[in-house]
Design a protein around this ligand. Structure first.
Ligand SMILES: [Fe+2]
Ligand SMILES: [Fe+2]
Length: 307
């Protein structure tokens, strides 16, 4: 048994789950997702945008100090240059060669300061997400996407602070959207003083497609790059944009979307219903489930994958 690695010293969140628990307070219900392929713009969860903003503000007021501090650091430090530098640092994928299952066990070394009796391990969350999809008869590629979606959190094991691994992602290189939670913290981000980045479109062309937009750095972009040769487009959107809440739950940054992005958004929302709303304290039986998932992994991935 490998030693457990605590990465939480000097970090605001006692556990990465604190961020997701906060999101669940902001979004207590899954978004009503239209059928995949429907390209109409998906509205915010609330029907009254003014009210939604007020609700946002009240979640912010009531947020735990640790969550506030986490968002403050995230919004302060995630500049356009930072996101570009991290892409360059990590997306060559030349750190490790390991199988997907090995990566799941590797990530599971990550422990935090939270109560081990009430919090799920990373492996348990991945299996719960995948198992909920399997129970609903979702396609095999989607179950596999659920199984691997948070493996980008291995960034924590490589010394990245919480604010560079998790957090709702947002577009860099353009004006900060007020549809992000805690938008006031962007005032301290150096990009807020750069006029090039502070128009609604910033450095991008309208309709350029999300793939051209550099989002704040985190576990989504990393796992998308690890998996991009192996999963169908729908699964890749789920991986790459699952934390892009201002887009998929608030309708922000729509000006950059192309037809493909809009047709894929329902899949991202469908994924979100499993990711955010299937956590339970029932531990999946890892030994019993392992053979099924090893077979599923081998259907799509080679024996060793570059990380
Ligand atoms: Fe995630
Ligand atoms: Fe997750």
């Amino acid at each position: 048994m490998k030693p457990k690695i605590s990465t939480q010293s000097n970090q605001p969140l006692a556990s990465l789950d604190e961020w997701e628990d906060f999101l669940k307070e902001v979004y207590p219900q899954p978004a009503p997702a239209p059928a995949a392929g429907v390209t109409k713009k998906i509205p915010s969860v609330g029907t009254d945008p003014e009210k939604k903003q007020e609700e946002f503000r009240s979640y912010e007021t009531n947020a735990r100090p640790s969550v506030r501090e986490f968002y403050r650091l995230n919004h302060l430090n995630q500049t356009h240059d930072f996101a570009l530098a991290k892409r360059k640092e990590y997306l060559g994928l030349n750190r490790l060669h390991m199988s997907v299952w090995e990566a799941m066990e590797y990530l599971n070394q990550l422990v935090d300061d939270s109560d081990p009796d009430t919090d799920l391990s990373q492996l348990q969350h991945l299996l719960q997400t995948a198992e909920a999809m399997r129970r609903d008869g979702q396609p095999r590629w989607m179950i596999l996407t659920g199984l691997i979606h948070d493996l980008g959190k291995v960034l924590c094991l490589w010394g990245e602070p919480q604010w560079a691994v998790v957090g709702d992602t947002f577009a860099t290189g353009c004006a900060f959207s007020p549809k992000n939670v805690f938008p006031q913290f962007f005032a301290e981000n150096p990009d807020s003083k750069n006029p090039r980045f502070q128009t609604p479109n910033g450095i991008y062309e309208p309709g350029c497609g999300l793939e051209k937009v550099v989002l704040s750095w985190g576990h989504d972009e990393y796992i998308y790059n690890v998996a991009k040769d192996y999963l169908p487009e729908e699964g890749l959107y789920m991986l790459r944009y699952h934390s892009f809440y201002p887009w998929h739950r608030e309708g922000a940054y729509d000006q950059f979307c192309n037809a493909k992005d809009r047709s894929m958004m329902p899949w991202v929302l469908k994924f979100n219903t499993y990711d955010l709303y299937t956590k339970s304290h029932e531990s999946p039986d890892i030994t019993k489930l392992k053979p099924y998932y090893l077979e599923l992994i081998s259907e799509f991935f080679p024996a060793k994958v570059r990380w």
